[in-house]
Design a protein around this ligand. Structure first.
Ligand SMILES: *Cc1c(COP(=O)(O)O)cnc(C)c1O
Length: 421
């Protein structure tokens, strides 16, 4: 069971919406910090443990600075994400650059920042060398293929576009060694939104064993293994959060057996979670604009898929509450929709909710990761503001809502030819 509670109640949200009109995303700084500390504490047995926050989950510099203050690095996947990290002072090996199908200019920026470059494919060894030169430290992304079972968002590893095969991994590190690379890391990411903690323990096991084999075969030493991101969050109230302490303890036992027990050099354990870091601590707050009764009952919000795409994209469940009616009987079964001209623009389908009136506030839970970040401008919809509930109870705007001017910023109306002349 997980409790679905927004830190602000009806009165506070009503007052807030006078300053910042709905829809908006709001994040809870205190809860983000507490969760970050809990993660670090669980892995304190590994002195080099580091979480690299997956920037794509919530690319907002305020949130990133909070996480930096908690000792997290950045996991970047593109040039602008590298710039974001640089702007908040996360540079050097506090960045891991895990990209795929990567253009040379992105590698160049990663190298300039001194980021750890995590290669997605064996062909990128030569590409990186030719385009920007090899750094002293290189990490490779392993795809275990059929050795690892599937997971719903990422799918079966052998179908995934990411990573080196096992054979390529041996070949790749050999090439890197022979080209003079001195420092090595090993990475994998085979899960997304996985709630079974044992999955991550198994992943660490896979990597520890592989470090032993690669070290023995190639005579190289590894500095770290990165078990990737993908720790799930309980989007549904009946689901349980992953027991991080149990995962950390499971990994510690394997580390002692497979790394220390075999006389390998001590390793830093790394991960690059996004969802579990900010996901449960962000809410999309919106308002009921219309009610419609046809073959079904519809509740139309002032937000749409541009603000939160996961339900429409993956059929993902996001819990919905109506502030002030948290305890009311849920006697209305309805589809909760946005305004896009796309029938899948629905936040919920056949959801049981309390009786809803036009003008009611609506809180969509667990929108703190892959929420605002996935927003898009289809149908010329504008993305909403992001707000932060500070630890002292103040609310600050950490991203203003988009305006029509933002939407038109890439167009040149003055330069339009006069086709009618
Ligand atoms: C998306 C992604 C992450 C973060 O995933 P979460 O599910 O948010 O934890 C980490 N690493 C890589 C390579 C990714 O693609």
């Amino acid at each position: 069971m997980s409790v679905k509670k927004c830190p602000l109640g009806k009165e506070e949200l009503e007052a807030l919406s006078k300053r910042f009109p709905t829809p908006f995303h709001i994040y809870d700084e205190k809860a983000i910090r507490e969760n970050a500390r809990q993660l670090k504490a669980a892995f304190a047995w590994n002195p080099g443990f580091k979480e690299y926050f997956a920037v794509k989950a919530a690319p907002n510099p305020y949130l990133m600075k909070i996480l930096k203050a908690e000792g997290f690095g950045s996991d970047c996947s593109s040039y602008p994400e590298l710039l974001l990290s640089e702007k908040i002072g996360v540079v050097g090996e506090d960045i891991i650059f895990t990209s795929n199908d990567t253009p040379a200019y992105e590698y160049a920026k990663a190298k300039e920042l001194g980021a750890i470059i995590n290669l997605d494919d064996i062909s990128h060894i030569q590409y990186l060398e030719d385009e920007v030169g090899l750094p002293e430290l290189v990490c490779c992304r392993y795809n275990p293929g059929p050795l690892k079972g599937g997971n719903t968002i990422i799918g079966h590893p052998e179908e995934a576009k990411y990573g080196f095969t096992r054979e390529q991994l041996f070949e790749g590190y050999r090439m890197l060694r022979d080209k003079g690379v001195k420092r090595f890391g090993l990475h994998t990411m085979v899960a997304s939104n996985e709630l079974d903690g044992s999955y991550f323990v198994e992943t660490a096991h896979l990597l520890f064993e592989l470090v032993g084999e690669l070290s023995a075969e190639l005579g190289i030493e590894f500095e770290f293994v990165n078990i990737g991101g993908g720790i799930g969050i309980p989007y549904r109230p009946e689901e349980d959060a992953v027991d991080i302490e149990a995962v950390a303890e499971g990994i510690r036992k394997l580390y002692e057996e497979w790394i220390l027990g075999r006389g390998l050099k001590p390793l830093d354990l790394r991960m690059e979670c996004g969802r579990m870091v900010t996901g449960p601590y962000g809410w999309l707050v919106c308002r009921v604009l219309h009610k419609k009764n046809t073959y079904k009952q519809f509740v139309g919000l002032d937000a749409c898929m541009a603000n939160l795409m996961r339900p429409a994209l993956y059929g993902a469940y996001h819990h919905i509450t109506i502030p002030g009616k948290e305890e009311a009987p849920r006697d209305l079964v309805c589809d909760v929709t946005g305004s896009l001209c796309e029938n899948n623009d629905k936040f919920a389908i056949d959801r049981a909710l309390p009786t809803i009136e036009i003008g009611d506030l609506v809180v969509i839970h667990d929108a703190g990761a892959h929420g605002h970040a996935m927003g898009f401008n289809y149908n010329a919809k504008l993305r909403s503001a992001e707000l932060l509930l500070r630890e002292d109870g103040e609310v600050v705007q950490i991203r203003r809502p988009e305006t029509v001017e933002d939407y038109f910023a890439t167009l040149d109306f003055d330069g339009l030819p006069d086709f009618e002349a």
